[in-house]
Ligand binder design. Sequence first.
Ligand SMILES: [Cu+2]
Ligand SMILES: [Zn+2]
Length: 194
Amino acid sequence: MKKSIVASLLIFSILACKKEVKKSESKSTEISKTEKIQEPTKNSVFLSIQLSPKSGSSVSGTTEFTENDGVVQMTAKIKGLSEGSHAIHIHDKGDCSSTDGKSSGGHWNPTAQPHGKWGAKTGYHKGDVGNFIVENAGNETTVEFSTDEWCIGCGDDTKDILGKGVIVHQGVDDFTSQPSGAAGSRVSCGGIIQ
Ligand SMILES: [Cu+2]
Ligand SMILES: [Zn+2]
């Protein structure tokens, strides 16, 4: 009789012990969950993508997008371009599968505006980043652009660059020809995909 009481006490205390362990485990999970929820409220998003050669070029590089307090900063580092001016745009699709880069579609234009120079009163596409100059063909060229008219993954179709594509052109954007500024062949492409 005594033995069985001792045995059942032992089992009881083992069970009680297990329960306590479980309780403290669930507590710690709750804490880490709250920590994870707090992260996005900092409102900082970072995305780095590769630019791949297209149309028989050797133009490659990277493009980084950082969103802070509602402003998206784009930093593109491009090499393999010829000296002079070249256009860079955000196109409608993040699909760079075709050899000529045309799988990325036309300019990203969610607000149904004419093509133009960024900020023009007559209108411009949300993808009309513009032109940049390559001063030395042997060096990497950095292109910087920032705007509060974009976001990274916010879900607002008029602002969200996620799923779109970065296109570098061989030629110059004249800001007037429709629908894409007559910037010539697409020499580098990168899908804006996480
Ligand atoms: Cu373009
Ligand atoms: Zn355009």
